[in-house]
Design a protein around this ligand. Structure first.
Ligand SMILES: Nc1ncnc2c1ncn2[C@@H]1O[C@H](COP(=O)(O)OP(=O)(O)OP(=O)(O)O)[C@@H](O)[C@H]1O
Length: 282
């Protein structure tokens, strides 16, 4: 299978001389959810900004669809790769939600009918019917984030990048992000998450790329990555709390990784039925 995004031996050195990513190879395939994980300054954002042409490699090349990002206009690339910024205020600027939702399609010179149809679908998916006339800046931060995501969804890019989607969200907001990631995937999109949120990655148990000091040091399913103590320590990462808790239970096999509260509760129930008492590892 051909990858949709192919990052080939890419490095990026900023004009001030900082090497933000180094010799990265990465293939991302249709319909994947991929988390890009790593501590502050490890190169996550720099890497992902290469997918929609916001940055160009200083070495190597990035292919999106069958387009080399060096040779494409940014408008074309942003119709393929939609970027939802961490702070929705950075991508929201029109006085009405309805205008905001239509902006991307209009900017890509879609016809009025097509824009209307796409916006209608986005309104339906995100249940925004009641706030169409509101000013996005009068909405709360969760609603503003929904509007930002819906505006990207209206463009319907093949790839949706969510930059720290759970930052600043309460518990309900975080559950909503999880639902949206799954919804984007059901609708056939590739979802790329730039995140520090181990709980979110654990719940998704998605492919996880770990960046550390500008290099890719791991690329595997989240449970495999989280079980690799060497990688976790090198990258300065802690697994989700529930994984640490499960690791402390006496009856959890050393090589098993539990990522969600549901999986730990299921294990406890099974052990309880077998008459095995909960104990902690000595
Ligand atoms: N515009 C820029 N000019 C110069 N250096 C930059 C620029 N943007 C990022 N850097 C540097 O590049 C390195 C990687 O930064 P990047 O933002 O890609 O990391 P990150 O993993 O996304 O970090 P964070 O989690 O803090 O957002 C860091 O050393 C950072 O200071």
């Amino acid at each position: 299978m051909e990858p949709y995004i192919s990052v080939r031996n890419v490095s990026h050195v900023y004009p001030n001389g900082v090497t933000a990513i180094k010799d990265i190879d990465l293939d991302i395939f249709e319909n994947e959810v991929v988390a890009i994980l790593g501590s502050n300054g490890s190169g996550k954002t720099t890497l992902v900004k290469h997918f929609n042409g916001l940055l160009m490699p200083t070495k190597g090349e990035v292919i999106v669809g069958d387009l080399n990002t060096r040779k494409e206009r940014i408008a074309k690339l942003s119709s393929l790769v939609g970027y939802v910024f961490q702070n929705p205020n950075h991508q929201t600027f029109l006085p009405k939600v309805s205008q905001e939702l239509a902006y991307g399609c209009k900017n890509l010179k879609m016809s009025e009918e097509e824009t209307e149809e796409r916006v209608r679908k986005a309104i339906e998916l995100f249940q925004l019917q009641d706030i169409l006339d509101e000013n996005p800046f009068d909405l709360n931060s969760s609603q503003r984030k929904e509007v930002a995501m819906a505006s990207i969804m209206a463009i319907s890019p093949q790839v949706i990048v969510l930059d720290e989607p759970t930052t600043g969200q309460d518990h309900k907001g975080c559950i909503r992000v999880l639902e949206l990631v799954r919804m984007f995937q059901r609708h056939g999109h590739i979802v790329i998450l730039i995140t520090h949120d181990m709980h979110l990655i654990g719940e998704l148990n998605c492919r996880t790329v770990v960046m550390h000091q500008s290099e890719k040091i791991a690329d595997d399913q989240a449970d495999t990555v989280f079980a690799d103590r060497g990688i976790m320590a090198e990258a300065g990462l802690q697994p989700p709390q529930i994984t640490s808790l499960a690791n402390g239970l006496s009856y959890v096999e050393e090589n098993k990784t539990y990522l969600t509260i549901h999986s730990v509760l299921k294990l406890m129930k099974e052990k309880n039925e077998e008459g095995i008492k909960i104990g902690s590892r000595s």
